[in-house]
Ligand binder design. Structure first.
Ligand code: CP
Length: 317
């Protein structure tokens, strides 16, 4: 198995099956620290740099919280507009990371341009973690989701997935790549103008993903062991910031998971994931149901980032 030490985490296309399990095992060992709200000194003397060119609550703060739990330090920016990349100079990724690499030992980057973290990795002498790049990928979120499935269901292989939302989303791309390493058939349900692109379908053809597409969640929910939902009412991910306008659409019933739908159609032991933030695709009355696992997913988001940071900085080799 390849070592995680010094490695960039850019895409789940890069991940081999045994590497998923190795990372999950490391997360199992670190989870008690987060659960007990303790800090350790595993990464004492190491610094994480957060370079966020797009808004984030979870991804940035879960990386920061994970680093702090492991005894490391954090520096960085959450508003690129206050850096030289976001003003008159529009400083390039290359010039920016040639600075950031001296400010810490690992960089987590979110960017509105697909491929920006890959460009950063070309120039940086420290590992780069992709915290979401445009419509590209969001590998650490789907690692979190797969780990949540493992902890909640005891296995990943043999489970049927239903993914609902905008299939152009970076999470959906990472999900499709990730599931190629498991025995997990998946049904994608999305509005026609948000379906898997022909280009992406061509790309995953080579990876034997067992998938089909459906028009309405009601067609697919009864078979699903894992239901993963993302918004269909959402911002433009190619922009650094997309403010909410006057007219915000409502999620059509085809892409909505309601309490009634779960109670009448879903398997009683299915689990419901959402990386959040949400619009109205999962109403709040679903939160306190036996299907909901998004708060566990949020906790696991910290554990997974601890696992990634400890692995790539060589503390858990
Ligand atoms: N799930 C997720 O990526 O959330 P943030 O945009 O808040 O980081």
């Amino acid at each position: 198995m390849r070592s995680f030490m010094g490695r960039d985490i850019l895409s789940l296309k890069d991940f081999e099956r045994n590497e998923f399990f190795r990372l999950f095992e490391i997360c199992d060992r670190l989870a008690p620290i987060a659960r007990d709200r303790r800090n350790t000194d595993l990464l004492a003397g190491k610094t994480l740099v957060t370079a966020f060119y797009q808004p984030s609550t979870r991804t940035r703060l879960a990386h920061e919280a994970g680093m702090i739990r492991l005894g490391g330090q954090v520096t960085g920016f959450a508003d690129a507009k206050m850096t030289r990349a976001g003003d008159f100079y529009q400083e390039s990724i290359k010039d920016t990371v040639k600075m950031l690499e001296f400010y810490g030992d690992v960089i987590v980057m979110r960017h509105f341009q697909q491929g920006a973290p890959h460009e950063a990795a070309k120039w940086a002498s420290v590992p780069i973690i992709n915290g979401g790049d445009g419509w590209g990928e969001h590998p650490t979120q789907i690692l979190t989701d797969l780990y949540t499935v493992l902890t909640e269901k005891g296995r990943i292989d043999g489970l049927r997935w239903l993914a609902v939302g905008d299939m152009r989303m970076r999470t959906m791309h990472s999900l499709a790549h990730g599931l190629t390493q498991f025995d997990c058939p998946i049904t994608f349900v999305s509005p026609p103008d948000m379906s898997l692109t022909d280009e992406f379908k061509e790309e995953i053809k080579g990876y034997s993903l067992d998938y089909k597409e459906a028009e309405h969640v009601e067609e697919a929910i009864a078979d699903a062991d894992v239901i993963l939902v993302e918004p269909v009412v959402q911002p433009d991910y190619t922009k650094s910031r997309d403010e909410r306008g006057e007219d915000v659409g409502m999620t059509p019933a085809n892409y909505k998971i309601t309490r009634e739908l779960l109670e009448t159609k879903a398997k009683s032991d299915a689990i419901l994931l959402h990386s959040l933030p949400r619009m109205d695709e999962i109403p709040p009355d679903v939160d306190i149901t036996r299907w909901s696992r998004y708060w566990q997913e949020a906790f696991n988001g910290v554990v997974m980032r601890m696992g990634i940071l400890a692995s790539i900085l060589g503390a858990m080799e």
